[in-house]
Write a protein that binds this ligand. Structure first.
Ligand code: GRF
Length: 202
């Protein structure tokens, strides 16, 4: 089903960057469709041609683009092209939703305070990968996820929203990840809503 063609006048324009499944993208699509989020997704861009999130975008009637790193000699050229593609859509906000590429400083600074990421840990804990297993290995009683503005340091920008989940005795990496994902689907649209309503102090 397509997004409603008529967006509220205050709807902000989102470009969403993905690399894979796109379940966070789906949560944002659903919130917009249910009129819970004053936003429209003007494009979904993936660095992987086989990302399932592209299917989700297609089903929702959203423009999709693939920008493969293999077509570029270095990160700077890739990021420059990515920046040009994004700029053409004139977004108010760029959403990293499982986009598995490190972005160059120039790119990040160009979109300063206009680019959000969701990270599956209670930042500043567990930056980087394998966050669920690391929380289990550490014996943490609580784990969670964070939405933050993107800054040049990986997973380091100002936190906008966090959600906490309990870690259960019999949790596996998968069961814990599933519990965190449920919260991601709640707080990412919420963070975008706060941005759209100008309620985030930068
Ligand atoms: C999520 O766990 C998110 O926290 C991390 O990448 C994953 C993306 O999942 N940044 P999906 O592609 O949205 O399903």
């Amino acid at each position: 089903m397509s997004q409603s063609p008529v967006s509220p006048p205050s709807a902000i324009r989102l470009v969403v960057l993905i690399s894979g499944n796109g379940s966070n993208l789906q949560a944002i699509i659903d919130e917009i469709k249910n009129n819970n989020l004053p936003a429209q997704i003007v494009a979904v861009i993936s660095n992987k041609a086989d990302a399932y999130g592209l299917e989700r975008a297609k089903k929702a009637g959203i423009e999709q683009q693939v920008l493969s790193y293999n077509d570029f000699d270095d990160r700077e050229q890739y990021d420059l092209q990515l920046k040009n593609i994004i700029d053409a859509y004139q977004p108010d906000l760029i959403i990293l939703a499982g986009f598995m590429r490190i972005l160059s400083n120039d790119f990040v600074q160009y979109f300063s305070h206009k680019m959000m990421n969701i990270h599956p840990s209670l930042l500043p804990k567990y930056k980087g990968l394998n966050t669920h297993q690391r929380a289990l290995d550490a014996g943490d009683k609580e784990h969670g996820c964070s939405v933050h503005f993107v800054t040049p340091e990986l997973d380091d920008g100002p936190v906008i929203l966090q959600a906490t989940v309990p870690v259960k005795k019999d949790d596996t990496e998968e069961s814990l990840a599933a519990r965190v994902h449920e919260q991601e689907y709640r707080i990412y649209p919420e963070a975008i809503r706060l941005f759209a309503e100008n309620k985030i102090n930068n």
